[in-house]
Design a protein around this ligand. Structure first.
Ligand SMILES: [Zn+2]
Length: 138
């Protein structure tokens, strides 16, 4: 019985999902979780599937393809770096994530824009996922 309890608690051992995600990013890999039980993808990193509750989650490379679902511009003062965009992107695998689109004017990002993820340096120089426009918006 103790063995069964230990086996059932195995998913609580080892580094937490936030740390695993950060370690992949530090290795320049953008990975998300895939549920072996229901087949859906999960993001933000979790111990249990947000769709079905299963703890049978595995880390898989994300395609990085996505579509902008929503965009907002933060009007930061010029002496602090100027305005920047904040986006919600629907990943091709299904999950929605918050990020930013680089390489275009802060006010040129549009809902419905196709974007591609890459790992970049965040505000504190820690690796994070940002997006580039995958096509020119009309
Ligand atoms: Zn699931």
């Amino acid at each position: 019985m103790i063995d069964a309890l230990a086996a059932s608690a195995a998913w609580t051992q080892g580094p937490g999902p936030d740390l695993v995600y950060a370690q992949y990013l530090a290795n320049n890999e953008f990975r998300i979780q895939h549920c072996r039980s229901c087949g859906k993808h999960v993001y933000y990193p979790r111990l249990a599937c947000s769709h079905c509750g299963s703890v049978e989650l595995e880390w898989v490379p994300a395609s990085g393809r996505g579509v902008v679902h929503a965009v907002s511009v933060v009007n930061r003062s010029a002496d602090k770096g100027g305005p920047y965009n904040v986006v919600l992107v629907d990943l091709a695998e299904g999950p929605r994530m918050m990020s930013r689109v680089d390489g275009v004017a802060h006010d040129a990002v549009r809902v419905g824009m196709t974007v591609q993820a890459r790992v970049a340096a965040g505000a504190g120089k820690e690796p994070c996922v940002v997006f580039d426009a995958a096509e020119v918006a009309p």
